[in-house]
Design a protein around this ligand. Structure first.
Ligand code: NAD
Length: 487
């Protein structure tokens, strides 16, 4: 069996989009981007360094005053128009999503409509960003606070969901009157570049939305540029630390959306067959490469063996393989380095006492040239072991045992992360009680159906701070100015 080749004729221009220019220079070299399912080179992508980042920030700076001063009805119309174009371009964007990082078509096909929705929702905020009138004393004064955009926002996004990341961060930043430089990584440059092209097509003025693919060299140049008023970083804690120390020089504020090690707590009153899809979503969603995946399955004693057995059976039914096969739910991981890291973590887990229920190896045969790790279930994982404490970012589910509610909450909170958690129970009071005690930004009870664009999203502890989504996303990209008028 040969894997289906991706339609590379759909790739956008791979040069950075700076204003309305597509300079072909790449001071940080060219990146040979590979299709994760086959290892095939898809194109050579110019990597931006300091000169390109400086040009992008200058373009964003030049465009910002008039973007912020534009009548809000016009800014809203342009963002709505972009949403329409994203929807009209859904087939191409779905393909680019797969080419970017190997996400199966069946999974990534929902990304364009969600991204369009993020732009549409945030467009609706343009005339709703209100200020406050502040009481004054002893009087004879008017004091009011207005919400202002930061100016130029550098948006650094990860490779695992670049399209949605553009919507989550770019849409509120633009709606609030900022201009942006979006930096997608070398591993997934295409969807973000296409969003930049569609923004120009929508009539958004050049320089308002710049897209500049780069690796660490360009990322560092962007972060250190004094023309950047705010940095929004989505990625790993390790890179966040580098970004934060670079931002120390300019004292630029940094918003952080980082990793997770989310618990999925299964209480003994749960209907196992109903809850299984949610229990297994931690290993399936984005082939295990999602920040919010419930990768630690905490199961109560009495149903522990039954759940372990059911999980082992369930995973054999989940189609893994060619991202272009419409039935595929689990595809490759992003690259060879990821394969090595994931397999290394599985080996270490077994040395720490975990029992392999399924998987544990790289897929060979037809899949040998791609980056496929068999979906892996580990049982009896000690809570203090390396795999229970660190992000795997691959299709690996760790099952842990607990005896009562207090212990479940303790284990769930016992990592440095605090992004998300899941609860499976038929006891309504317990569901709310436990949700209240989890030190995380997002909790899903009895099912995972995504998150509304109007809800807050983000993490606690080492999972970041600040929130995207809803009014919280707008707040992330505005700051108040207080104005006192003596009367
Ligand atoms: P990463 O930290 O390796 O890279 C993130 C971004 O930082 C990329 O664009 C990368 O090119 C850039 N970068 C690298 N070095 C830089 C530097 N010196 N200066 C500036 N930028 C630099 O993360 P990744 O592997 O792309 O993504 C996976 C991580 O992202 C996981 O930890 C995952 O949980 C997290 N993530 C979090 C969320 C969320 O919303 N909380 C969403 C998706 C992914």
């Amino acid at each position: 069996m040969t894997l289906i080749s991706p339609p590379l004729e759909l790739l956008p221009n791979t040069s950075p989009l700076i204003g309305d220019r597509r300079p072909t220079d790449s001071s940080a070299g060219m990146h040979k981007h590979r299709y994760a399912a086959t290892g095939q080179v898809t194109s050579q992508v110019p990597m931006a360094g300091k000169p390109e980042m400086d040009a992008a920030v200058a373009a964003a700076r030049a465009a910002q005053p008039s973007w912020a001063a534009m009548p809000v009805t016009e800014r809203r119309r342009l963002l709505m128009r972009l949403a329409d174009l994203i929807e009209a371009d859904a087939d191409r964007l779905t393909n680019l999503g797969t080419i970017d990082n190997g996400t199966p078509q069946q999974i990534v096909q929902s990304a364009p409509s969600l991204t369009a929705e993020l732009f549409r929702y945030n467009a609706g905020w343009t005339d709703r960003i209100e200020g406050s009138v502040i009481p004054t004393w002893p009087g004879d004064a008017l004091d009011y606070a207005v919400e202002k955009p930061f100016g130029v926002v550098a948006i650094i996004i990860p490779w695992n969901g670049p399209l949605i990341a553009c919507g989550m961060t770019g849409a509120p930043a633009l709606a609030a009157g900022n201009t942006v430089v979006i930096k997608p990584p070398e591993l997934a440059p295409y969807s973000a570049l296409r969003i930049g092209e569609l923004a120009l097509e929508a009539g958004i003025p050049p320089g308002v939305l710049n897209v500049v693919p780069a690796g660490p060299v360009g990322g560092d140049a962007l972060v250190r540029n004094p023309g950047v008023d705010k940095i929004h970083f989505t990625g790993s804690g390790a890179t966040a630390r580098i970004v934060l120390s670079a931002a120390l020089e300019t004292l630029t504020p940094v918003g952080l959306e980082l990793g997770g090690k989310s618990a999925n707590i299964v209480f003994e009153d749960t209907d196992i067959s109903t809850a299984l899809p949610t229990m297994m979503s931690g290993i399936i969603a984005l082939s295990g490469q999602g920040c919010i995946n419930g990768t630690r399955l905490l199961v109560q004693d009495r149903i522990y063996d039954e759940v372990v057995e059911a999980a082992g059976r369930f995973i054999t039914q989940v189609p893994i393989g060619d991202p272009y096969d419409g039935s595929t739910a689990i595809g490759p991981v992003v690259n060879d380095t990821a394969c090595q890291r994931i397999l290394g973590m599985i080996t270490r887990a077994t040395e720490d006492g975990a029992r392999v229920i399924s998987g544990g190896e790289r897929l060979n045969g037809d899949y040998a040239d791609g980056y496929f790790v068999a979906p892996t279930i580990l049982a009896d994982v000690p809570s203090d072991s390396y795999i229970a404490q660190n992000e795997v970012f691959g299709p690996v589910l760790s099952i842990l045992r607990f005896s009562d509610e207090t212990e479940a909450v303790k284990i769930a909170n016992d990592t440095e992360f605090g992004l998300a958690a899941y609860i499976q129970t038929n006891d309504l009071k317990r569901a709310h009680r436990v949700a209240d005690r989890l030190d995380v930004g997002n909790v899903w009870i009895n099912g995972f159906n995504g998150i509304p664009v109007s809800a807050p999203f983000g993490g606690n502890k080492h999972s970041g701070h600040g929130r995207l989504g809803g009014k919280w996303g707008i707040r992330e990209f505005t700051r108040p100015r207080n104005i006192w008028v003596s009367l």
